[in-house]
Design a binder for this molecule. Sequence first.
Ligand code: HEC
Ligand code: HEC
Length: 157
Amino acid sequence: MGNATRLARLLALAMGVLGAGIVFTGIGEAQDRVGLKSLRGDLGLEDTNPPPGLTRQETPADGMFSRAYRQQPPLIPHRIEGYQISKDYNQCMTCHDWPAHLKAGAPKVSETHYSDREGNRLDKISGTRFFCTACHVPQADAKPLVTNTFQNATEVK
Ligand code: HEC
Ligand code: HEC
């Protein structure tokens, strides 16, 4: 390879790096403008965040997230890592089925969860409600990364 070609390649590489730098600075500025924050907060790179709680979601003082509107599937106030839901087994129901819920001290699934789509009342959880996490999600008391003006059903009244 001739010296001239090598120089040209080096130059192109340097411009590439410079260019990328400019693009990244641009993104940083845009993030500042919309108020975006990194998940690690204001901690420096050398510092370590405190670990999240092991057994519970971070819930409000009364222990539950209230529903934003009446028909909302309630948010799960506990962690669900490791709770298996497969075709044949639903670990959630070991605590939320009737009458197992009494011993577990957990709320029973809603009565609606024991009706099939034709309205027949069943003894077991309905197939339409089997995959709990299609509707119920755990939530941490996380501050929104981007500010928004969402109001729940009681606030807009
Ligand atoms: C070991 C027992 C146990 C298991 C397993 C369990 N839960 Fe719970 N769940 C509870 C208890 C106890 C509560 C009551 C709130 C609390 O103390 O955290 C609760 C509360 C809830 C609530 C809130 C109900 C309301 O009215 O606000 C939902 C939704 C829920 N669980 C869904 C699930 C789902 C989905 C799974 C499976 C992925 C699951 N749970 C597995 C014990 C359990
Ligand atoms: C298709 C969506 C959907 C699925 C799937 C679903 N749920 Fe629900 N769940 C809801 C809705 C909506 C409500 C609140 C309205 C109601 O009572 O039907 C609710 C209510 C609940 C409640 C509160 C009951 C009460 O009386 O306050 C619990 C506990 C619960 N669900 C657990 C579960 C579990 C465990 C599963 C999985 C076996 C599950 N749900 C599957 C939508 C769903």
